[in-house]
Design a binder for this molecule. Structure first.
Ligand code: BGC
Length: 413
């Protein structure tokens, strides 16, 4: 990197991310699809006074059929990278039955990105599971890691030549916590033993996939980088009291390090998903938390806290010395009033980290499109591109153009 001229490196990846279930539409063979329509979920939504239609992924952005149009937008916005996920439930809709038309579809998507000079970054698991897998016990099932690795091997054998960048699992800690501890996502369990078992199986699934993919890459003489996309929240102590300092340190250990530490020999890079931060501590009444600086928040009330990204990057680099890739960073901002500044402030932090000598390969904004925000339904608007869910019309937001300018000039904000 040039020290004289303030500019991001020539091969720095700039782009945006999506995930299959959130944008594609009609993911009918998945556990989420079934859960969204289940009587249990309908009851819960009714009790909360919500309209169940806003919480059913349905046709989402119809990205499965409109990916050409969406990649045209990414190209127009000067993105040179794009992260998306392949849906396991489409590739293997029944145990051991592979759907070659789904493989061909993702091959078309990869080729469409390459035609536009956009480097694909492919996620193999982004929260959803095939329904058959969920019925077998999901990630609690003893064969889960092997079944997952078999699917990864199947996909990589057929599509691996398109890109060196692969992510096995998106946010293992978030997936395990929401689905097996907080009970907010399918299968809605609240069981700490299950949480731990699932986390270990996810780690094992990654390890097995990592090895299989590298064996194929070696035989085929392909360049390959396999990582996970891990979730980082900036945890600061509530006050200077020792137990508050300890609470923040414990959360940092559990959510930042527990997984990467176990994968340090099976990770070519670490994907960083960063959104926000919290101050945390302990009082007689129990766990307490507040914002880091009482500053602005997103529509989801997540504090905008770019400084937290600096701490995350330093901690990961110092602990593991692996290349880092920002696999997600974004804001729910329906009026687009804060998004451009949000991106600029995070990119400024990132650039400083690069100058410090931290090896960062790219930045992927979450998300290219407004999409189905899991248990929050369709109301949060994370997209650089606004979606009218009635007409499915795409409208590029002003902040997308501001980011496009940085992608083009590579001049840090
Ligand atoms: C997930 C995305 C999600 C985003 C915003 C991340 O935790 O990987 O799927 O949409 O955060 O909540």
């Amino acid at each position: 990197m040039s020290m004289l001229q303030r500019i991001f490196p020539k091969d720095f990846l700039f782009g945006a991310a999506t995930s299959a279930h959130q944008v594609e539409g009609n993911n009918t063979q998945s556990d989420w699809w079934e859960w969204e329509q289940s009587p249990r979920r309908q009851e819960q939504l009714k009790r909360l006074g919500k309209d169940p239609r806003d919480f059913f992924s349905g046709r989402a952005c119809d990205h499965y059929n409109r990916f050409h149009e969406d990649f045209d937008i990414a190209e127009k916005l000067n993105h040179n990278a794009h992260r998306f996920s392949i849906e396991w439930a489409r590739i293997e809709p029944e145990e051991g039955r592979w759907d070659m038309s789904a493989v061909a579809h993702y091959g078309d998507a990869l080729s469409a990105l390459r035609e536009r000079a956009i480097t694909p970054i492919v996620t193999l698991h982004h929260f959803t599971n095939p329904l058959w897998f969920a019925k077998r016990g999901g990630w609690e099932w003893e064969n889960a890691p092997a079944r997952f690795a078999r699917y990864c091997e199947f996909v990589y054998t057929r599509l691996g030549e398109w890109t060196p960048w692969w992510i096995t699992i998106n946010e293992p800690t978030v997936f395990a916590n929401k689905s097996y501890f907080e009970g907010k996502w399918p299968p809605q369990k609240k069981n700490i033993v299950a949480l731990h078992r699932v986390l270990l199986n996810l780690i094992d699934g990654h390890r097995q996939a990592f090895r299989l993919l590298h064996t194929i890459a070696q035989n085929e003489k392909r360049e390959l980088r396999v990582g996970i996309a891990h979730q980082y929240h900036a945890w600061l102590p509530y006050s200077k009291l020792p137990w508050d300092i300890a609470t923040a340190a414990i959360l940092r250990y559990l959510t930042w390090h527990y997984v990467p530490q176990r994968l340090k020999n099976e990770c070519d890079y670490i994907g960083i998903n960063y959104y926000s931060g919290r101050r945390v501590g302990i009082r007689l009444k129990g766990f307490v938390e507040k914002s880091c600086e009482n500053e602005e928040t997103s529509d989801l009330k997540w504090e905008i806290y770019p400084q937290g990204l600096r701490a995350v990057l330093r901690a990961m680099w110092n602990a593991y010395r692996k290349p880092l890739l920002i696999t997600e960073n974004g804001i729910a901002d329906a009026t687009d009033a804060k998004r451009a500044r949000f991106i600029a402030e995070h990119l400024a932090v990132l650039y400083d980290a690069l100058r410090e000598g931290i090896d960062i390969r790219g930045y992927l904004y979450w998300s290219l499109l407004d999409n189905f925000e899991w248990a929050h339904g369709f109301s949060p608007r994370f997209g650089l591109v606004e979606i009218d869910y009635r007409t499915l019309e795409r409208k590029i937001r002003p902040s997308a153009y501001a980011y496009a300018e940085i992608c083009k000039t590579r001049i840090p904000p």
